[in-house]
Design a binder for this molecule. Structure first.
Ligand code: PDD
Length: 286
């Protein structure tokens, strides 16, 4: 069934949503995005996603004057129009239609292109990955060095996911200078005893909104987090591993480069954090 999508102020059927061939997002990958999870028809971590969106726009000097309240209204309207209960809202803002291909930015005042649409994800709460856990391979981190900005330049992430699939695994972890940066579309963690270890925030990784919420929840539940980089070898010796993202919540990892963790089954810490996260996210959803 055709979705109702949002394009530059209009709510229209997806087939009617057209963007120029000169759009900066299309020609230059000059665009930022967000994915906000929808649970029980409500938005989770909405404020965090909007704050990161504002930061991404500022870092790239893309002007978009839609307010937080207007974003909320657009998200809610799309969720309602499409009857979405479980899944996410994808939001993308490009630097707009430059009128031709040109490395220079279009003149100030060129309106950005704003696109939002809903995506159903019926297996977000259950399904084989949640039950069995995921297997990851490591690949070098060949992305640019402003990974803190959520841009649509996702080719290496996409290539890495394809490489993982070709190897019969589920996802890829990026490694730079001997240390894991993050997953292809998630932040990653290892567990040693009762401590969770994850890389500190910098321009090397995306500042995950799920990560930030998990940190808050861990503080409330007296679960210790150590922010430091770790290697693949350390991960292979860890008790458990998992990743977080808006579309996966907390996802147990059961294998890293062919080495099984927690007996090849989702570990107790990851399972507990997943439960806590979903429970709290549900309560706080708007
Ligand atoms: N990806 N790191 C990367 C490289 C990501 O692409 C993502 C999210 C995350 C986790 O961020 P958050 O918790 O805010 O979702 C970390 C989204 C879900 C995507 O591209 O679909």
């Amino acid at each position: 069934m055709s979705r109702i999508v949002y394009l530059n102020g209009e709510y229209i059927p997806e087939e009617e949503a057209k963007v120029s061939i000169f759009d900066r997002g299309f020609v230059m990958g000059d665009a930022v995005y967000e994915v906000t999870c929808v649970l029980d028809g409500k938005l989770t971590d909405f404020e965090g996603h909007m704050a990161r969106l504002a930061r991404s726009l500022k870092e790239l000097a893309i002007t978009c004057d839609i307010s937080r309240d207007e974003w909320l209204e657009i998200h809610r309207k799309l969720v309602a129009e499409n009857g979405l209960e479980l899944g996410g809202v994808y939001l993308q803002i490009t630097r707009g239609n430059a009128g031709d291909r040109d490395f220079h930015y279009p003149p100030a005042g060129t309106p950005p292109t704003v696109v939002l649409y809903t995506q159903e994800q019926p297996h977000m709460l259950d399904g084989p990955k949640v039950e069995k856990g995921v297997k990851v391979i490591s690949v070098p981190d060949l992305r640019w060095h402003r990974r803190d900005i959520k841009t649509v330049q996702l080719l290496w992430a996409s290539m890495s996911k394809m490489a993982a699939e070709a190897a019969g695994k589920d996802d890829a972890w990026f490694v730079e200078d001997g240390f894991v940066t993050e997953g292809s579309s998630n932040n990653c963690y290892i567990v040693k005893g009762n401590t969770i270890i994850t890389r500190p925030l910098s321009n090397d990784i995306l500042h995950g909104i799920t990560r930030a919420s998990l940190f808050r929840m861990c503080a409330e539940h007296q679960i210790k987090i150590e922010e430091r980089a770790f290697t693949i070898a350390e991960a292979q010796e860890a008790d458990e591993a998992f990743y977080t993202s808006a579309s996966a919540f907390v996802m147990p990892i059961v294998e890293v480069d062919g080495v099984a963790l927690s007996g090849g089954k989702p570990g107790p810490v990851a399972k507990r954090l997943r439960e806590i996260y979903i429970d709290e996210a549900r309560k706080a959803a708007i």
